[in-house]
Ligand binder design. Structure first.
Ligand code: ATP
Ligand code: MG
Length: 394
């Protein structure tokens, strides 16, 4: 069946008063961005407190639904068939033919719900619902009306035209990206950080990303993998800027100057410092990482404390209490898993010590870092100055 439009349902509980406009405008904007990537023309409109996507041209139904399922803030997607508004009898015929096309051998219970945008219509909503119900009962022997728990809810909206729909496809929920500020994701090539970015974007936060690259120890393909992951995340979060920081000289300098078992922790502290500087310049209000307690040596509570200590921006760690398996499940759902497991080296693994400290003492780490005083400021400045910015999803 050809659907002419989609009614977009969103949760209205959290959006009273002025916030409602911000929420709806962001929802319209993000829906447009998601559909722009597809073939065909779509019109996304806000009409009397509802959002509709109109499809005036040919389009791919499955692909359109998939795109809408990635727009945070949408809780339901109802495919709509639109008929001309030419009096009650014509409407009743159209509704019956809708049912015949959608549910050819319908024998279940149903309920008709009529909404009139045009209150001058000569029948009340109740009368229209009852009369349409009677026509459906006639057309489908064996079906029944159940106003309390029908197996099919058929909605008929009387507007300039007649809108008919009966199915609600589940949306992703969350809040439209852009309603809750922006944050900087530390994106590595692993499984966790893309999932972390997805989860924070789901709460309405726009996401930019930073990747620490260590050529020649990490290859172009490792970098390409991160670009690919950023693209996959941006299918949900919308366009993002990916900052690629050359971290090699900083890593080598730490390797030369500091005890090797502290290397990972000191490196991670510099990643956070640099990410924070880029974040502040880009108007980000926080950092996002894919850390989860106990997952690896650098994610014990002591290590997290040592990493956190250098940050002044809040660090959001949406996976902090998740098991690996739970994270993997989400990565499958958002389609990042296959890319994440491609076997390219990570800048952390190359310099990793045989026995990294698992309970770093912040005082000891700070003392080790004083050995970096001579050159580190200049190296950090160079890393910032030479960072490459890649626009993703624009
Ligand atoms: P992931 O699967 O996200 O790579 P991980 O289990 O490998 O995580 P770590 O290597 O300890 O864990 O990294 C913890 C977090 O630090 C990552 O989730 C990511 O947010 C950030 N991070 C690690 N390496 C990099 C990198 N090269 N560039 C940017 N961020 C990084
Ligand atoms: Mg990693």
């Amino acid at each position: 069946m050809l659907f002419h439009a989609f009614l977009i349902k969103y949760a209205e509980i959290a959006i009273k008063g002025k916030n409602r406009y911000l929420f709806e405008d962001a929802l319209v904007r993000q829906t447009r961005i998601a559909l722009d990537a597809l073939e065909g023309e779509f019109q996304v409109c806000k009409e009397r407190g509802r959002v509709y996507v109109y499809c005036p041209e040919e389009y791919d139904y499955e692909e359109t639904i998939e795109a809408l399922k990635r727009v945070f803030g949408i809780v339901g997607i109802c495919p709509v068939v639109i008929y001309e508004n030419k009096g009650f009898d014509r409407m009743a015929e159209d509704v019956v033919s809708y049912m015949q096309a959608q549910y050819p051998s319908f024998r279940e219970s149903f309920k008709v719900h009529c909404r009139r945008a045009d209150k001058s219509y000569p029948m009340t909503s109740m009368e229209v619902s009852a009369e349409l119900g009677a026509r459906i009962l006639d057309a489908f022997p064996g079906c029944s009306v159940d106003v309390h728990e029908p197996s099919l809810n058929l909605t008929v909206e009387i507007r300039e035209k007649i809108y008919v729909y009966s199915e609600t496809i589940k949306g992703p929920g969350g809040m439209p990206v852009g309603t809750n500020g922006k944050a900087m994701l530390l994106l590595s090539g692993g499984i966790d950080s893309p999932v972390a970015g997805y989860m924070i974007a789901k709460r309405g936060v726009k996401v930019d990303a930073v990747y620490f690259h260590a050529p020649p120890y990490t290859s172009e393909r490792a970098k390409q993998k991160v670009v690919d992951l950023a693209k996959l995340v941006s299918r949900y979060s919308g366009p993002m800027r990916l900052h690629v920081v050359n971290f090699t000289d900083i890593q080598l300098y730490i390797y030369d100057q500091c005890p090797h078992e502290e290397l990972t922790i000191i490196m991670r502290r510099y990643m956070m410092r640099i990410a924070e500087q880029i974040a502040q310049k880009s108007g980000c209000l926080g950092l996002i990482t894919g850390e989860s307690i106990g997952q690896v040596a650098s994610q014990t509570l002591q290590s997290l404390a040592a990493t956190n200590e250098v940050c002044t921006l809040p660090v959001y760690r949406p996976l902090i209490g998740f098991d690996k398996q739970e994270i993997v499940e989400i990565s499958h759902k958002i389609n990042t898993y296959e890319t994440s497991i491609q076997p390219f080296e990570d800048c952390c693994t190359i310099f990793v010590a045989k026995h990294p400290v698992t309970k770093p003492n912040i005082k000891v780490i700070q003392r080790s870092e004083t050995r970096l005083d001579e050159k580190m400021d200049a190296l950090v400045q160079t890393a910032l100055d030479t960072a490459e910015v890649i626009s993703i999803g624009e």
